[in-house]
Structure formats: structure tokens, C-alpha cells
Write a protein that binds this ligand. Sequence first.
Ligand SMILES: C[S@@+](CC[C@H](N)C(=O)[O-])C[C@H]1O[C@@H](n2cnc3c(N)ncnc32)[C@H](O)[C@@H]1O
Length: 323
Amino acid sequence: MTATIPFEHITVLREELLDSLGLTHGDYAVDCTAGGGGHTQGLLERVGKAGKVIAFDRDPWAQDVLQKRFPAELANGQLELIAKPFSEIHAELVKRDWVGKVQGLCADIGVSSPQLDAAERGFSFAKDGPLDMRMDQTQGITATDIVNEWSVPDLTRLFRDYGEDPQARRIAQAIERERAKKPFERTLDLADLIAQSVHYKERSRKHPATRVFQALRIEVNGELRELEALLNDVGSSLKPLGRCAIISFHSLEDRLIKNAFRALAEGHMKHIGKSLPFTAAQLDELKKYTIIKPFPKIPGDIELNANPRSRSAKLRVIEKKGE
Ligand SMILES: C[S@@+](CC[C@H](N)C(=O)[O-])C[C@H]1O[C@@H](n2cnc3c(N)ncnc32)[C@H](O)[C@@H]1O
């Protein structure tokens, strides 16, 4: 894997996330989004040589970096890397007989700084590159496919639902007009078109293409579907008193996490119906999880100053109750 820039990522909420998992020597831990290995390193230290960590990342560049960072831990079996999407967590835990045995499960959702900064990955509206945006460039559709092929109503829905862009329709129509002349291939062609076609405050700190690029990235990588799949498997993965900690960076993800954790902690009361007498089995299902306070945790001033990209990070933690 050759990259045009070095892989430099500052780990967000590192100590807060690690402290929240309650790990001790000998535990099993899972990092769903290993990236440059900042959280993975902390997991390894906390579970010690008697423990084990498995770490997912779907990006071959991250896999390459992780192989180089942890040669000893990979050689002695303390760490195992999984080059797959984290939605496959359940199958991977089954293979290792880890279901219901994980003490610490963490995820730091989204893309890493080097993925964003490498122009050739196509995530950035500020750098010219192919309009790609795939975390795993061996798989799936690219942002180019979506921008050139989707209908105006579908693009509008995408930009509105995943980008929360109030000018979704106007942008979708501008894209349709432009691609009739020449199909989109480059990030800056799209970013410039958006800047020309929307009303925005000149002095706004956000580039006018921010929301559309976010929406395309979420769709290309199936990010919300991935997160939903992971949230579904939190309960079966953890051991009693095991914890799951997830960092997210935008409101769509945070809402999914907040609601999923609430459903686990409240025992799906809504589905059972409050006025009915509960059977023993139903009561058993109630309130098996505790949301850890304070929630959500956000970066403090020192971290924000050192790493402005951490500004929208939110950490939520849930614990499975003891038996
Ligand atoms: C924010 S970075 C994680 C950084 C890491 N915590 C660190 O300290 O270096 C997110 C990483 O997760 C990976 N990723 C995102 N979604 C994924 C998914 N559904 N399955 C597997 N890896 C994913 C990305 O490729 C990226 O490397």
C-alpha cells in the first residue's frame, strides 16, 4: 500500500475511552476501528500479556500501519487484526468462542485524519483527488458512481437525510445540469459546483460542500448500516460487567448510539407494553444494561486546543449488568 502522506492520526478521548472499559489483565477486548492503533495500544497495555485484543479495520492502509506498529503483539498472539467491516463482529467472535466473553468493546467511528488528508482517497472537499471515498478501495461503489448516476430525488434525499443539508434539492439539480455536460470525476469539481450553486454566508466557518461530502461518505461506506449492525451485537458480545464505549462525530451516529443504549438500559419497555403483567422471561430481559454517566463525554479544552478535529466527538458508554 503506497500513500502520498505519512499516516498521522491523533487519538481522540484516548484515556477517557480506555478508562471507561474497566479492563484488567487477562481480559478480552475488541477495537472495532483500529486506525493508527492509538486505542488498540491502550487496550493491549490494559489487558496485558495474559489478555487478548482483536482489532478491526476495513482500510488496507490502516492494516499496513497496524502490522508495522505491533509486530511483537501480533507474533505472540496478544493481538489479532481483522481486515473486515466491524458489522462482522458476531461471526468473528463466534469463530474465537468469544461470544459473551468480551470485557471491553470500543469503536471510534468515522474516518481517520490521514484518510481525510490523503487527496487520492477522495474524502476532502479541500484537496483535489478522484471522487472515491471508499474506506476499502477494493470494494463497492464510489462517490463518483452516486453523483453521476443517482436521480435528482435520490440525491436530494441523500443530501437531506445523511447531510442534513437545507439546500439538498438545489444542489442535486445543479449536479444534474453539470453532469449532463461532463461527468464528475474529481473532488474539487464537485466542491466548486456546490459553492457556486448554494446561498451561504461568505464568512461561515464551514465549507458549503461539507454536508454533501459527509452524506456521500456515509452512503459509500454504508456507515449507518455498519453502526446499526454493531449496536445490535453489543449485548451478545459483552460478558457480565463488560462495557462498550463508542465515540461518534456527528448527530446521526450519536442519535443511533443514544437510542440503542437507551433501549438496552430500559429493556425495550416500549415493545413489551407497560400495563401488561410480565412473564418471568420478559422480566429477565428488562434493564440488563446500565448507561454509564456522565454521558456523553466530550473533549476538554486541552484536547480541543491540541486537536481541533476532536471538537464534535462524543463518547457514550454502556455496561452489561452482573449475573
Ligand atoms: C477515527 S479512525 C480510528 C482511529 C483510532 N482509534 C486511532 O486511535 O488511531 C476510524 C477507523 O475505523 C475504520 N472504519 C470505519 N468504519 C469501519 C467499519 N465499518 N469497519 C471497519 N473499520 C472501519 C476506518 O478505516 C478508520 O481507520
